[in-house]
Ligand binder design. Structure first.
Ligand code: ZN
Length: 338
């Protein structure tokens, strides 16, 4: 059942089980320093009936275990006899980083690389570039829809949101992305303005941006917690993925409805920085609506005295907060969406 395949650009690494069956493989990307193989697990479930293809990718950041657990739940819950089309799932997209329980591989030649800033990758480049290239060329480019699962950065928490991509239809896939986002069922939908950086983070080599250039439909779901499995989020997310499959005509078993009503759309994310370093005491909750000038929290010196009041620079809602109780100057203590 399990073997190591060489990467390439062929559809789903050439894994093509017969209709009504599934095939689990480990695709070899390279070798670790002890010459043992670095492999990526790939599950291909071929429905008994024809239909579209969905690629679900989790764990491209190796410390986002909630997404990996969600993907495992999905793989184990789908019976190919009841499926129309092809479901492809990679539960651990970035195995080297997963092994070091970190966002990127700690032993990378050029230290930690953020895989979601390296798309479309480089087949003959750094290890992480090779992983990204293999997944982009063999998976994203061949699927009718890709759902990329993420969790908030370690030390932060975020409102659960769907990154729908751009709000225009230049890539021709807006309806498909919107349909998927609505079906998954998260309370916030992010419509990215092309070319806008996230603070110091250049997003032009993210999967979402590069998929737009390549005219592939990709949505990103961000929920749960990093570095541990958020059980509720994993279960809800696995159901959300089945709801996407139902919306695509791939799955028709009864499913629990979404927990949220009409999603809140937003297109801007304002980063709020700490100027002073010290203890961090936030006084806002995720999702809370704030106005420019509102106090969001305070920085404390080593004796607990307030040295800075963190102030909202714009109107909006609290999209993300740092959960670390101590920060240095320049920490992004909050993000405000609007
Ligand atoms: Zn991530």
């Amino acid at each position: 059942m399990t073997s190591a395949l060489a990467p390439g650009s062929q559809r789903f690494f050439g894994i093509a089980p017969a209709p009504g069956s599934k095939q689990f493989e480990r695709v070899e990307i390279g070798q670790f320093a002890d010459a043992s193989p670095i492999t990526i697990p790939v599950a291909v479930i071929e429905g008994a009936n024809p239909g579209p293809s969905l690629y679900v990718q989790a764990g491209i950041h190796g410390d986002e275990f909630t997404g990996t657990d969600m993907a495992w739940r999905l793989i184990q819950s789908v019976d190919p006899a009841q499926l129309s089309g092809t479901l492809v799932v990679v539960p651990i997209g970035n195995t080297p980083s997963y092994l070091t329980r970190a966002r990127g591989f700690l032993l990378e030649e050029r230290y930690l690389q953020d895989a979601n800033r390296l798309y479309p990758g480089k087949a003959g480049g750094l290890l992480t570039e090779r992983i990204v290239a293999a997944l982009f060329n063999s998976m994203v480019m061949h699927a009718d829809l890709t759902v990329d699962i993420h969790c908030p950065l370690d030390g932060s928490s975020m409102v659960p949101f769907m990154h729908v991509g751009t709000s225009d239809d230049d890539d021709g896939w807006l309806d498909r992305r919107k349909l998927a986002a609505e079906a998954f069922g998260l309370p916030y939908h992010y419509y990215r303005i092309p070319g806008v950086a996230l603070g110091s983070s250049d997003m032009t080599r993210s999967l979402a941006h590069q998929a737009g250039i390549a005219k592939r439909a990709v949505v990103m779901a961000e929920l749960g917690t990093s570095r541990q499995i958020d059980r509720q989020a994993a279960i809800y997310g696995a159901e959300g993925l089945l709801r996407i499959m139902a919306a695509m005509g791939m799955w028709n078993a009864p499913l629990p409805a979404s927990q949220y009503g009409e999603p809140t759309p937003f297109s801007n994310i304002a980063l709020v920085y700490a100027n002073a370093g010290g203890g961090l005491r936030m006084n806002v909750e995720l999702g809370q609506v704030v106005c420019a000038g509102d106090s969001l929290g305070v920085i404390l010196d080593a004796f607990g005295a307030e040295t800075e009041v963190i102030v909202a620079p714009v109107d909006g809602f609290i999209m993300r907060v740092i959960t670390f109780g101590a920060v240095a100057t320049g920490a992004e203590v909050a993000w405000i969406g609007n």
